[in-house]
Design a protein around this ligand. Structure first.
Ligand code: NAD
Length: 249
């Protein structure tokens, strides 16, 4: 068991087709006790129950400092520690630069970037007290390519911001034995792309990917388990590409 007696928080973890839930399931399979954090509408308690006994569902909006702090406090109250934070919550919008409104910008930046900062701030004191921790934050190939397939430039900017935040926090908290890393998924078949791409378009995209397929949620889950566990004990500040080779150039 790679994660026996570790406590993990997964933000945006309740959508059963999403990257967060697939990761929560794999973290639990490796022995972790998992806190699934999500908006009320996503029903995190039901998702946590699906993982089996001993896991916790917490309603929180990652754009709210108070709610992030309350979620971290609930985890510490139940388990006494927080070992792993997977910053996964994110939203996207298809927009062209000239069409991005102030509200669009706030919505996309707030969940991915502010949410990553706020949840990290909420768990870092517990990790510092323990003298260990692993934070994994979700960027995107969109940050690296200057646009993915679905998200607008504000999404690319939010996800690029996550990379800078990750590296800066890795530098700051390395001396506390807290590792901070990012993953950059390529195109993964989840609800975020549902109904937005025809089968024909998906086929065209897959033809340009060296591994010749779109990603699966478990492809991301495996990468997160690696970064969460001691297998990656000497990795911090890294960007782990999980994209089937999409970015080779
Ligand atoms: P998804 O839409 O299936 O899941 C996102 C989850 O985040 C949902 O459960 C949603 O309820 C939750 N959420 C949204 N706003 C929230 C908030 N304010 N507070 C708490 N939870 C909130 O998406 P997914 O495809 O599983 O994506 C997960 C992450 O991976 C996102 O950050 C996304 O940007 C990123 N990503 C996805 C892909 C892909 O192709 N699927 C590629 C690159 C990056």
């Amino acid at each position: 068991m790679l994660l026996k007696e570790r406590v993990a928080i997964v933000t945006g973890g309740a959508g059963t087709n999403g990257l967060g839930f697939a990761t929560a399931r794999m973290l639990a399979a490796h022995g972790a006790q998992v806190v699934i954090l999500d908006l009320a509408a996503a029903n995190p308690a039901a998702a946590a129950a699906e993982l089996g006994t001993g896991h916790l569902g917490v309603v929180a909006d990652v754009t709210s400092k108070e709610q992030c702090e309350a979620a971290a406090a609930a985890a510490v109250e139940k388990y006494g520690r927080i070992d792993i934070l997977f910053n996964n919550a994110g939203i996207t919008q298809a927009r062209k630069t000239l069409d991005i409104s102030a509200a669009d910008y706030d919505a996309v930046l707030d969940v991915s970037l502010r949410g990553t900062l706020l949840m990290s701030q909420a768990v870092l004191p517990a990790m510092q007290r323990q003298g260990s921790g692993s934070i994994i934050s979700t960027s995107s190939v969109s940050a690296q390519r200057g646009g993915g397939i679905l998200g607008g430039p504000h999404y690319s900017a939010a996800k690029a911001g996550v990379l800078g935040l990750t590296r800066a926090m890795a530098r700051e908290f390395g001396p506390d034995n807290i590792r901070v890393n990012a993953i950059t998924p390529g195109l993964i078949a989840t609800d975020i792309i549902k109904g937005k791409l025809t089968e024909e378009r998906k086929g065209e995209i897959a033809r340009d990917i060296p591994l010749a397929r779109l990603g699966r949620a478990n492809d991301i889950a495996g990468a997160v388990v690696f970064l969460a566990s001691d297998l990656s004990a000497y990795c911090t500040g890294i960007t782990l590409d999980v994209n089937g080779g999409m970015l080779i150039h």
